[in-house]
Design a protein around this ligand. Sequence first.
Ligand SMILES: NC(=O)c1ccc[n+]([C@@H]2O[C@H](COP(=O)([O-])OP(=O)(O)OC[C@H]3O[C@@H](n4cnc5c(N)ncnc54)[C@H](O)[C@@H]3O)[C@@H](O)[C@H]2O)c1
Length: 253
Amino acid sequence: MTKETPVEGKELEGQVAVVTGGARGIGLAIAQALAEGGARVALVDVDGPEAMASAAQLPSTGHKGYAGDVTESREVVSVVERVEAELGPVAILVNNAGITRDNLLLRMTEEEWDLVLAVNLKGAFNTTKAVTRGMMKRRQGAIINIASVIGLMGNAGQTNYAASKAGLLGFTKSVARELASRGVRCNAIAPGFIKTAMTDKLSPDVVEGLKSQIPMGTLGEPHHVANVVRFLAGPGAAYITGQVIAVDGGMVM
Ligand SMILES: NC(=O)c1ccc[n+]([C@@H]2O[C@H](COP(=O)([O-])OP(=O)(O)OC[C@H]3O[C@@H](n4cnc5c(N)ncnc54)[C@H](O)[C@@H]3O)[C@@H](O)[C@H]2O)c1
């Protein structure tokens, strides 16, 4: 059982969830939490072999890893078709795949800008578009976008990342408005600093500096984000859409 799991039981039994960037880090913790809730999980990751290995380690059976690059719309459509043929209709989508290519504005290359926007923002557009027709027909769906506090606060050296995550929040609210009457909810989570490969790159000085900005005084763990995803995907969040929930130890309030 995931640490501090707020829900006991299998409230997601019978549902299929797609988690992008699910091979490791926050995405893998999300896949674990949804599997514990009873969902069958498809881990879609640009690193296909790692996604398959991670799927095999999830609690219970019926999960699968898929190679897929969220920036490629045709690839996304064909992965979603395979998931629906092999696991069943997708009821939950978690847009978690994300990257950083940090640089100060004056040094940032067009490639660094384009790549971060392509994965973090266009990727969510591609996957959301690929699953929503089915969700609307079935009048059931929960989409959860993993944004960042950086999209709310900005950060020197991360103009591309901040713009992609702020864009994801606007995307979330617009999708929520478009699909609310069709039984599909869309929410976002804005994690603060969470211990993963993405933050392992930071120097000890930077980590100490970050901790001083966090009222709770420590970095978060992937399961802190995953538990909120599980809640937003489930029946307890049936009347919640278009919201942004910060999971950040109080950084943004
Ligand atoms: N770690 C943090 O402190 C933090 C804070 C706020 C938000 N986030 C967000 O949480 C999400 C997960 O971050 P993480 O820390 O677990 O990162 P991570 O680097 O550990 O994992 C990211 C995963 O995404 C996959 N991925 C990358 N590009 C992809 C693509 N084009 N198509 C499919 N998969 C792709 C990677 O292979 C990897 O498995 C990201 O969206 C990130 O921006 C992280």
